[in-house]
Design a protein. Sequence first.
Length: 406
Amino acid sequence: MDELSEASVAALRRAQNTIIEHSLDRISAVHPWYRTLPEASRKQIENVSHLGVTMFVDSVEAPESAAKPSQIFSVAPATLTGTITLGQTLDLVRTVLDVVVEEAPQAVPSQDHDTVRILVLTFGRDVGFAAAEVYARAAEARGAWDARLESVAVDSMLHGTPTEAATRAGSAGWTHRGPVVAIASRTALDAIATSRLRHACRAQAEDCLVSVRGDSVIIILGGASPQAPDDPAGPPGQHVQPGREGRAERGVDEIALEIAAPLDGPTVVGPVVAEVDHAGMSLRSALAGLRALPGWAEAPNPVRADDLLPERLLSGDELAHERILALVHQPLHAMGAPFEETVATYLALGGSLEATARALFVHANTVRYRLGRVSEQVGWDATNPRDGLMLHMAVLVGRLAAASRL
């Protein structure tokens, strides 16, 4: 690159204060948002502009000892990156650069006009890259801090009190009250995949936490608005009790299944809970389901933790014991002894309508009617092998629970 004569450098040095003043006037005139900034922020931007022009002249005078363009932003605290965006910063750089390109050549002899323009444009390019680097580092630092806060919030859901869980979630950015659901998946995500996952979660749910832990990921979703009219049937192979969940609960559950579907690995969706305070119950259920998942080789992916209750029971999950009593046995028991006895007898006799009818001294159509009513009311069909296993386990757990109270 051509060097300027000593006379041209001296002329630029004399003109730099005027150029700085004109640059700040141009910034104020061209960018209305600049005038709305707090005085302290405007002062920091003025310092950056002043240092930038000064460093340009220094780089022209002594290229070998000139400071790096990134040092221009050393006079502004890191908090400035949270006050104005990268786009606004580049707009400021472009505005100052325009003024310098217009006025710097006029301060030097005519033979150096082109050289000054080249030097200005080269320096401006370097400043633009430096600004992008500053914002990239700030974003990386904020991302790492946010990820840590989210992981701490998830830990509090697993091991802390409901109050602590809500407080930690609030610190991580959780803002709404409403239904919450947890997702646990055995999959490895790199930084880009994690960022995309967070973006997908935030696009569909009002609140989310994402915690990546080695070869697994935990997601907490909440606050979704109601989505569709009630659909008691739910997806094939998945069970939703009619009337037991409102539209908002079903909405966040459906969002969780959509978020979980693209994850590359075994994935379990926990039950919906009312508030973030109780997210730990959904999360512990999802993790227990993930541990018990190998017991059901034909399980869909993703799968609800409630559909893994038999495997969770066999693996010693205490939450599964409480859940199957509340979700399956109590509704069945509430239908009355004839219905519960019919289900228990039908399953004990290997699913034979005729043998069940003979054992209960009723017609086979009566057995068929009772089983149909149980399927409608409780949500599991005794004539389906998988549903029959769920009902059989519920009957056994109910009997053991009753015996323990004697």
